[in-house]
Design a protein around this ligand. Structure first.
Ligand SMILES: Nc1ncnc2c1ncn2[C@@H]1O[C@H](COP(=O)(O)OP(=O)(O)OP(=O)(O)O)[C@@H](O)[C@H]1O
Ligand SMILES: [Mg+2]
Ligand SMILES: [Mg+2]
Length: 713
């Protein structure tokens, strides 16, 4: 065994023999059972269950228990590891690839983060951990670890890779595995408020017949993936079976059971958001490349963060980003993360504005253009060189199955194109009245089926309004001016009335003309205007960015704060009178992108039709939970801000507000202002199914609305 291997073995708490066997025997094998494919770590010799043996095996505790003393030792070992690996990185790269990383190591990091409140310290803990994995060249493991940190199993655009199992199933699994009745588990859950901790406690009271092989990162990742992908009629028991095996393998002295259950629920709740993971990744790469952890140049760090963020918004796939950064170095990363048809990029977003004068102030002296702001669903269209067409949502979900009619329209548009042309188009799909040749409101579009759509059954037709071309014929266009992109789009594509049209646009900086164009857009069933920088660098397409170079001017909201807000429904109030049998009101929250918490911002009971209320009731009822999530931030002392029932965070309401005010009982932005920011006279507009929960209006955006209002008023 090389010194490198020994050092890694020591650092990860494994014995030298473990690493040796990991590299000389297959890392894992699939154990077939009748019901499932459960992956567990293998060893060539399985110890016979000759006697009762509980998990307090001293050698194991030595391996995995952390206390202050061993933390210190660990740090020293980490330093040694860093020194060693710098010297031997290349030489021993292949030898260490097979080394296992115990899952307990990861959950130990989760624990540290959970008890840490400083963001800087959290970043330092996470980046240090990433660095250690990088040092071993375990790139595939780093990818898995990053996904485990953000509670995903692959990129957003790949379907069926989401976890989020319900309470009932998990209670059943914990109960079966640890032999405790479900009623006891439920009771504990009500007391503790966290199923993970309940599982952990149940695990601790459970001696096992023999010591199972410890869980490692690969095994956990593969099992979680199998769970996420399992569908069909046996899937329930399959999932429980896999969970059982993993729970049984959890080490009694670590917190594996706790975090495993939380991962299965789809939320780690350790106060770590994806943004922090990206920053930590940048920091890890920077230190890795500079080969010194002593001094990090802050300017260089910002630069590296920007590079990683930009790469990720163009190719939102951690496997690609991490592999390329490792292979080619950070400074060459962007050259290897070019926009690719077939991989949806994160769409550019706009900032809200409250008036035409505000727009004119912003774009003073610059050339800008106004486009109709269509009220439908964002559609990013990809044409691949082999002729495949894919349509992605604002949220990078593949909507191709949902819009077979759009695919047909696009085939018509692309009919005359020579084979091999590839492109990426940014568009809005809008409901269209074919009899009267006009746009229909969003409400009509939202009545379309979302699943199993058969083209011949479609009643609500679509017209696709294209407003940007991001890629054409093997070339990314995002670093060309909007003006140029538009010219290329119009030169190469032809409109088909009522099916495929270019967004109506006008280039003018005259206040009266703009007012007139705004009014006209509303008459033509649009929401208002999008105002965009037209020339120069500021008009480049900025993936994922909510940019000042795109402003939205929404006619209806000019009286309010300039835009609607999209808030997560976390609680409900029992309906009375006419609303008996439904919920009569809801508690809403914004998303804090730094901490991953949901912060309450208002109670809402206005704007709902009876039909809305019953639809919402049907959707929310099954998501009721007996306890608020630990990542809900609300005022526990004020009964006005505590709902009758709590929900899993699953639905977003788009709401309107007269204005925003500081409130003693709500929590949005509370860290910044001491008090939270609350919506006054909130009014329900619609459910937003095209936004994921983490795409809700962020607490920072709520603060921005509040600040702008304070500045104007
Ligand atoms: N001409 C256009 N240019 C760009 N976007 C347009 C245009 N017409 C309609 N849109 C739509 O407007 C959206 C931006 O405004 P809107 O308030 O509807 O967005 P949202 O999804 O509620 O919030 P967010 O600003 O977070 O995207 C775009 O994502 C796009 O779907
Ligand atoms: Mg919209
Ligand atoms: Mg909006």
């Amino acid at each position: 065994m090389s010194p490198q291997q020994q050092s890694i073995a020591r650092f990860f708490g494994g014995s030298a023999a473990n690493v040796q066997s990991a590299s000389s025997s297959p890392a894992k094998k699939k154990i077939k059972s009748e019901q499932s494919d459960v992956v567990i770590a293998s060893s060539s010799v399985t110890p016979p269950p000759s006697e009762f043996k509980d998990d307090t095996d001293p050698s194991e505790s030595e391996e995995l228990i952390t206390d202050k003393k061993s933390n210190k030792v660990e740090l020293q070992q980490a330093e040694e590891l860093i020194n060693l690996s710098q010297v031997e990185q290349v030489k021993h790269k292949d030898e260490v690839l097979g080394a296992k990383i115990p899952y307990a190591k990861l959950t130990e990091i989760f624990d540290k983060i959970e008890s840490e409140s400083s963001r800087l310290k959290i970043i330092s803990i996470v980046s240090q951990f990433f660095l250690e994995i990088l040092q071993q060249s375990s790139i595939d493991k780093l990818v898995k670890i990053v996904y485990l940190f953000i509670n995903r199993l692959g990129p957003d655009y790949e379907p069926d890779l989401e976890l989020g199992l319900g309470e009932t199933l998990l209670i059943k699994a914990i109960s079966e595995c640890y032999g405790r009745p479900p009623s006891k588990i439920k009771k504990d859950y009500q007391e503790v408020g966290d199923l993970g901790s309940v599982a952990q406690k149940s695990r601790s009271g459970q001696p096992t017949m023999f010591k199972p092989q410890p869980l490692d990162i690969d095994v956990v990742f593969e099992n979680l993936t199998n769970i996420a992908k399992s569908t069909g009629k046996d899937s329930q028991s399959k999932k429980i079976n896999i969970i059982n095996r993993m729970l049984t393998a959890c080490n009694i002295k670590s917190n594996e059971a706790k975090f495993l259950i939380r991962s299965l629920e789809g939320k780690l709740r350790i106060g770590l958001a994806e943004k922090t993971v990206l920053i930590s990744l940048a920091q890890a790469f920077l230190i890795y490349e500079s080969k010194s952890s002593k001094k990090v140049n802050p300017e260089r760090l910002t630069q590296v963060e920007d590079i990683i963020r930009e790469a990720f918004s163009t190719i939102p796939n951690y496997e690609v980003i991490i592999t390329k950064a490792y292979e080619y170095g950070i400074d060459n990363l962007l050259d290897h993360c070019q926009l690719t048809p077939g991989i949806p990029l994160k769409p550019m977003l706009a900032k809200p504005t409250k008036s035409i004068t505000e727009v004119l102030d912003r774009f003073q002296g610059e050339e800008f253009t106004c486009e109709y702001k269509y009220d439908g669903e964002r559609a990013q269209v990809h044409l691949l060189a082999d002729g495949t067409i894919r349509i992605y949502s604002r949220n990078s979900e593949d909507m191709s199955q949902r819009y077979p009619d759009l695919i047909s329209i696009l085939r018509e548009v692309l009919n005359s194109k020579e084979a091999g042309v590839s492109m990426v188009l940014d568009c809005e799909a809008v409901a269209w009245d074919r009899t009267n040749n006009k746009i229909l409101p969003f409400q009509v579009l939202s009545t379309r089926k979302r699943k199993d759509v058969d083209e011949k059954d479609i009643k609500v037709h679509i017209c696709l309004f294209a407003f940007d071309l991001l890629y054409y014929n093997n070339q990314a266009l995002i670093t060309k001016s909007l003006n140029e992109r538009r010219v290329i789009m119009k030169e190469n594509l032809n409109e088909i009335e009522g099916r495929f049209q270019f967004a109506t646009a006008r280039n003018s900086s005259n206040l009266d003309e703009l007012q007139q164009f705004l009014d006209q857009s509303v008459k033509d069933a649009c929401e208002g205007l999008m105002v965009k920088m037209l020339n120069g660098k500021d008009s480049y397409y900025e993936p994922s960015k909510r940019s000042r170079n795109w402003l939205k001017l929404k006619k209806d909201y000019l009286q309010g704060v300039g835009d609607s807000l999209d808030l997560v429904v976390i609680g409900g109030y029992i309906g009375r009178g006419k609303r008996t049998g439904n919920y009569g009101g809801f508690l809403l929250a914004s998303y804090n992108q730094d901490t991953g918490e949901y912060e309450t911002t208002c109670k809402i009971g206005t704007g709902f039709s009876d039909e809305d209320l019953s639809t919402i009731h049907a959707r929310l009822k099954p998501t009721e939970i007996s306890q608020p999530k630990s990542y809900y931030v609300y005022d526990t002392n004020n009964s006005n801000a505590v709902p009758d029932v709590w929900f899993e965070p699953t639905i977003i309401f788009e709401v309107l507000t007269a204005d925003l005010s500081l409130s003693p009982i709500y929590k949005a932005g509370h860290q910044e202002y001491g008090k939270g920011i609350s919506l006054r006279f909130p009014r329900f507009l619609r459910i937003r199914d095209d936004k994921g929960i983490e795409d809700a209006t962020s607490s920072t955006q709520v603060s921005e609305f509040y600040e702008r209002q304070a500045n104007v008023g």
